[in-house]
Design a protein around this ligand. Structure first.
Ligand code: MN
Length: 727
């Protein structure tokens, strides 16, 4: 067939299903492609234009597409393989046709490598998503079909590689789009190159058995036809041997020889109405014995891709089982040509129960209601993946992200550690900002650094995927938690020292103390303190209470032990004290009482190691012992306690603020002498606004006596305030 004859066949085919097609434009596209490819040859030695012509023929014959698709098929290689540009095609034909051609070229440029199933599925989706217009993928499949039909001229490596790609990408997409006939042919052609031996074996065996099989096919066909004619059911019946790849798969998966394959034959009965389908089924089950469990009603429950048919497997008279498929002509067209058939039939989107992954096909099909082929085709934008974008990792894996995703989404989709260490990103080898919007087919590379500071707060706003956003939030929560624990620990430890307790006191009674503060672990408590949900003061005061209770318990236990046991346990060595003070960890050290706060027995006290003067004892609430004063010299503060052998008396100071009046000093002296208080000094000054501040240097035994004295002073008429100065 000459090129001219082939072109005429194309026109004739198009005219057959679409007399209104734009033949002027189709002719122009052919002429332009012919000129562009002039001088180029296929591997077979034929002029290159044979290929685009053949692809257009497939698009017309198999898919019955519109004029634009035929033109685009004729032009599909001009942008990729000739000097023609998108602008040229857009100018000469139309921007839509230029987009279709450009779309096919883009799909051609994608590099494939065999991957695990999930990756292949993503790759298929990416292809469909990149197509934008469903016609792009349909032309691409037609292109692939013709290339597979003429694969014999390619090198063995190329044959294998293209066949694998076809098997993993294009055949499944054809299936997904409901184009069974093209799917079979693609599979058989691929098998031929992927397992030539297995393929040949099947073809050879089928050839050998052909006369036998053909006889069986026509005998059975006649039987069915005769019975249906008898009953006056309009029909067409034909039988076929299943296609080689389907037999191959059965042999392979069931490890059976060709003779053992259960149903090698399939008969098809086409009728006018759905009612007839069920009538024919009854007839078939009457003639042949149905095999239980093999009946499937895809009319009552159609397949997600729109497929409708009745399937049953029966046993033939010669003991050969075979499958019978019964459907209407309309259902048949849909089964054979899938999406393309729907354009022709304007299927009213009936049928519900569309399952998830085929949902987009359904949407696509429903859209065409009431539209003419030429009109409808324009709305066939591939929007089923409008909310997704598919991009490549540098090693060719496909990442599936939400539409408008950024490198941030990509990084966190790879791994949260990649996201947390991201310092930049490259798209198609160019550095891009982190809010760069990714497009289908982009190759994305994330630049990371071990010293990265981690995500920034803005990233949560930039990221489009909930996965990335939650991983970023997690990072902040976790980081903050560590920060909280650190802060909480430090204020707790400060408070602990302030109250004269040590970490050892805490750890030795940890379980009881944690119970007292109602936290599972110290870190949890620290985190709460750091976060502000709990205070170090409360923690320490509750712990101190608990420690005192524990100490009392121990003491009581020891005492009761002493009482009950005959030989008294030896008394623990009395702790040596200096002036009634026990300094933790230090025996016989020089102790002096600070002048600033003058503690007396009963006061909570702390010790400070002075430079050269021993340990100076402060009241715990003395400003000079306050945490801020301790900064930098925490190590010099010690836990000190009052011993049981305190001194006779301790010097201390009391300050009285009173309204200035006659006999005030006399009244104070009386109060002091009535409590047997030794006074070593008294200093009084009057303020300008009529008050008197009296400072008393006295000696007391302990806090109890102190309290009594202060109460007494407080009762004196005119006295406003009695305090123990400190600091
Ligand atoms: Mn091509």
């Amino acid at each position: 067939m000459t090129v001219q004859e082939q072109y005429e066949l194309l026109e004739k085919t198009v005219r057959g299903y679409n007399p209104a097609a734009d033949f002027d434009h189709i002719r122009a596209a052919f002429d332009y492609a012919n000129r562009c490819h002039e001088g180029q040859k296929r591997k077979s030695g034929e002029p290159y234009i044979i290929h685009p012509l053949a692809v257009a023929q497939i698009v017309a014959e198999e898919l019955k597409l519109d004029s634009e698709s035929i033109e685009a098929a004729l032009l599909h290689d001009v942008i990729e393989d000739t000097p023609a540009t998108h602008e040229d095609v857009a100018h000469l034909f139309s921007p839509t046709i230029a987009d279709l051609v450009e779309g096919v070229s883009k799909l051609t440029r994608i590099q494939y490598a065999t991957k695990e199933d999930e990756q292949m599925e993503n790759l298929r989706k990416m292809l469909i998503a990149m197509s934008k217009d469903i016609r792009v993928i349909l032309i691409k499949i037609s292109d692939r079909l013709h290339n597979m039909r003429t694969m014999e001229y390619q090198s063995p490596e190329k044959q294998k590689q293209k066949s694998l790609e076809t098997m993993e990408i294009y055949a499944p997409i054809s299936h997904r789009l409901g184009m069974q006939r093209m799917k079979w042919e693609l599979e058989d052609l691929s098998l031929k190159y992927l397992d030539p031996v297995g393929y040949e074996e099947i073809i050879t065996r089928l050839d050998v058995k052909r006369p036998e099989y053909d006889a069986f096919l026509s005998r059975t066909q006649d039987q069915i036809r005769a019975r249906l004619d008898e009953l006056g059911i309009q029909h067409m019946v034909y039988g076929r041997i299943k296609h080689p790849y389907s037999i191959y798969r059965k042999m392979f998966s069931q490890n059976k020889s060709l003779d053992e394959i259960f149903d090698l034959f399939a008969f098809r009965v086409l009728v006018d109405t759905m009612g007839d389908c069920y009538n024919v089924l009854g007839v078939i089950h009457d003639i042949y014995k149905p095999i239980p469990g093999r009946f499937k009603d895809y009319i009552g429950t159609e397949k997600p891709n729109g497929y409708q048919s009745l399937h049953t497997t029966v046993m033939g008279p010669d003991g050969l089982p075979f499958e019978v498929q019964i459907r209407t002509w309309k259902m048949h067209e849909v089964a054979e040509y899938g999406v393309a058939a729907h354009w022709k039939y304007k299927q009213n989107g009936q049928g519900s129960g569309t399952e998830g992954r085929y949902e987009w096909v359904r949407r696509l099909l429903e859209n065409q209601e009431g539209a003419d082929a030429e009109e409808y085709i324009h709305s066939l934008k591939v929007d089923m993946f409008a909310d997704e974008v598919f991009v490549f990792t540098p090693n060719g894996d496909v990442q599936n992200l939400p539409a408008k995703a950024t490198p941030i989404d990509f990084a966190y989709a790879i791994h949260s550690a990649v996201g947390n260490r991201m310092v930049g990103a490259k798209v198609n080898n160019r550095i891009v900002p982190l809010d760069h919007v990714l497009k289908n087919g982009d190759i994305v590379e994330i630049l990371t650094s071990k010293s990265a500071k981690g995500p920034s707060r803005d990233w949560v706003k930039i990221a489009k995927s909930s996965e990335a956003r939650s991983k970023i939030r997690q990072w902040f929560k976790k980081e903050k938690k560590e920060e909280n624990i650190a802060n909480g620990r430090s204020s707790f430890e400060q408070e602990l020292r302030h109250s004269g307790l040590t970490m050892r006191d805490v750890t030795e009674n940890l379980a009881l103390l944690l119970k007292k503060v109602s936290y599972g672990t110290l870190d949890e408590m620290y985190a709460a303190i750091g976060y502000g949900g709990f205070t170090a003061q409360k923690a320490v005061s509750r712990m101190r209470g608990e420690l005192q209770r524990i100490a009392r318990q121990h003491q009581e236990a020891a005492e009761s032990l002493q009482r009950t046991e005959e030989p008294p346990v030896p008394q623990p060595r009395p702790v040596k004290s200096e002036q009634g003070i026990i300094v933790e960890g230090l025996d016989n050290c020089l102790v002096k009482f600070s002048r600033c706060c003058t503690p007396v027995p009963g006061d909570e006290i702390v010790g400070f190691i002075t430079r050269g003067y021993g340990v100076s004892v402060h009241r715990a609430d003395c400003p000079n012992a306050a945490p801020e004063r301790r900064a930098g010299q925490e190590g010099r503060w010690l836990k000190v306690t009052w011993g049981s052998d305190t001194n006779e008396s301790y010097p201390t100071t009391i300050e009285v603020v009173s309204k200035d009046r006659m006999n005030l000093i006399l009244d104070i002296s009386t109060a002091l002498s009535s409590t047997n208080t030794f006074v070593s000094g008294l200093n009084s000054r009057s303020t300008e606004d009529g008050f008197a501040v009296i400072r008393l240097e006295i000696r007391v035994r302990d806090g109890v006596q102190m309290k009594t004295i202060m109460n007494k002073l407080n009762q004196i008429s005119g006295v406003l305030r009695v305090t123990r100065p400190a600091g």
